[in-house]
Each structure stands twice: as structure tokens, then as C-alpha cells.
Design a protein around this ligand. Structure first.
Ligand code: ADP
Ligand code: ADP
Length: 230
């Protein structure tokens, strides 16, 4: 059974904007998937549906075999705990240190206080940021800020890591380092879904590529390249 299953998913925003059009796709545990397509293709909508920030107009979404359409309100936070997310603009809280930014993700899920420090230290080591734990976001480079954001996203061991243009604000060398880190996280078992316009990265990594265009799946390649028709 696939970890993520979309069955004939259509999303129409009022009054009649079709953001996803009869999309069926499966993503297995442990996959690394690039989500590509021009602006307006439906990538953000796909991500919002995964988190259940939106619900499909038609069709079904299963995660771990469970329909997320029928989750009760109280169950939504449990779904979201299984999905970490990082953004192009990092979204760290500026008045908190790196340590506190990461610890926050554990505090909100009521992790016992004595577990927080060792877990934060461990994840900062994993992303290569132990030496920056006491610094504030503005004291870090862009790449370091993205590492901190990745640490925050994975500290509670989500099954899925979603990265929305994670290299969009980074130079090519730093982008490659971030991609190496995402690949390592993926090798350790986390399913990674990355929406991107970075064709050079997609072309060099030869991972699965799901291409959307006007809400439709136009390509799904096992070891794909970037290009899509415009
Ligand atoms: P992408 O992330 O690939 O740029 P989106 O999922 O953001 O694509 O957008 C897909 C389509 O849905 C676009 O036409 C966009 O304008 C529209 N759309 C996205 N969000 C909303 C919304 N909240 N209300 C209305 N239309 C929206
Ligand atoms: P953009 O406009 O650049 O696409 P958004 O602000 O819409 O960026 O956010 C990007 C994606 O991140 C969206 O698809 C949204 O569903 C997701 N997202 C935003 N906030 C959260 C959150 N608190 N938890 C989980 N996902 C989120």
C-alpha cells in the first residue's frame, strides 16, 4: 500500500477555478519526488490538500491507507505531525534562537521537557548546525537558516517531508548542500516531496518527477528531468 494515494482528485476554488483536475497519483514510503510545473499548475494546492488545509472538491486522498477527508477536527493535528514542511523563506521566528525554534516544534506536541534538549541537539547535529544553536536567525547565512528550518521540520520524525521551493532563496552551491541534506533525510526513510522550479537540481538528481500543468498530471517519470511543455 502506498503511503500517499490521490484518487481522481479535483479541486475547484470558488467561483470556478480548477486548480487540480482529476489527479490520480501514488507515492510510496521512502520515495523522493520532485513536483514541477509552471506557476498556477497546482503544486501549492497539492501541498495544501496533503496537510488538509484544503479538502478536495471531488476524489479521495489516503495517507497511510486512511482517508483524510473524513478526519475529525481533533485528528487533523495528528495528520500534520506526520508531515514536516519547509519553505523558500525559511519562516524561523526571528526573536528565538535556532535551538528555541527547533524546540518549539516539540513543545507544541507536548513532548516531555526532559526529552526536548537531547532531541534538539541530536537533530541540529544531523543537519550540521550544532555550532549555531545559540544564534538568532539573522546571524545565520541563508543556507544555515534553511538547515534550521529543516531541523524544525524533522525533529519529531515525520513520515513525510514537504519542501516548497526550499532552494529558491539560495545560491547554487548552498542549494546543492541543502539537496544533499534532503537526500540524506530521504535515505533514512523519510518520504520527501519537493516542489521546485530549479531545473538544474531536478536534472542532476534523477529522482521521480511529477509534472503538473493546469491542474493535470502531464508527466510522471521514475528518474526524470525537469522540462515540461509551456
Ligand atoms: P502553483 O503552486 O503550481 O503555482 P497553485 O496551486 O497555487 O499552483 O494554483 C493553481 C490554480 O489555483 C491557479 O490558477 C491559482 O490562481 C488558483 N488558486 C490557488 N489558490 C486559490 C484560492 N485560494 N482561491 C482561488 N484560486 C486559487
Ligand atoms: P506560496 O504562496 O509561495 O505558495 P504559501 O504561503 O501559500 O506559499 O505556503 C506554501 C505551502 O505551505 C502551501 O501549500 C500551504 O499549504 C503550506 N503551509 C502553509 N502554512 C502551513 C502550516 N502552518 N502547516 C502546514 N503547511 C502549511
Amino acid at each position: 500500500m502506498s503511503l500517499i494515494q490521490f484518487y481522481n482528485v479535483t479541486k475547484i476554488y470558488p467561483p470556478n477555478i480548477t486548480a487540480l483536475d482529476d489527479l490520480s497519483v501514488k507515492i510510496d514510503k521512502g520515495e523522493f519526488v520532485f513536483l514541477v510545473g509552471p506557476s498556477g499548475a497546482g503544486k501549492t494546492t497539492f501541498i495544501r490538500l496533503l496537510f488538509r488545509e484544503e479538502v478536495p472538491t471531488r476524489g479521495q486522498i489516503l495517507i497511510g491507507g486512511r482517508s483524510i477527508a473524513r478526519l475529525r477536527r481533533k485528528e487533523v493535528p495528528y495528520l500534520r505531525r506526520n508531515i514536516g514542511i519547509v519553505f523558500q523563506d525559511f519562516r524561523l521566528l526571528p526573536e528565538w534562537t535556532v535551538f528555541e525554534n527547533v524546540a518549539f516544534a516539540l513543545r507544541v506536541i507536548e513532548t516531555p521537557a526532559r526529552e526536548i534538549r537531547p532531541r534538539v541537539e541530536k537533530v541540529l547535529e544531523r543537519v550540521g548546525l550544532s555550532h549555531r544553536a545559540r544564534m538568532f536567525p539573522h546571524q545565520l547565512s541563508g543556507g544555515e537558516q534553511q538547515r534550521a528550518a529543516i531541523a524544525r521540520a524533522i525533529v519529531n520524525n515525520p513520515r513525510i517531508l514537504v519542501a516548497d521551493e526550499p532552494t529558491g532563496n539560495l545560491d547554487p552551491a548552498t542549494s546543492r548542500e541543502i539537496m544533499k541534506l534532503l537526500e540524506e533525510i530521504n535515505y533514512q526513510g523519510t518520504t520527501v516531496i519537493m516542489a521546485t522550479h530549479a531545473w538544474d537540481i531536478v536534472n542532476s538528481m534523477r529522482k521521480r518527477v511529477i509534472a503538473l500543468q493546469q491542474g493535470r498530471l502531464v508527466r510522471d517519470d521514475r528518474e526524470g528531468a525537469y522540462g515540461y511543455e509551456v
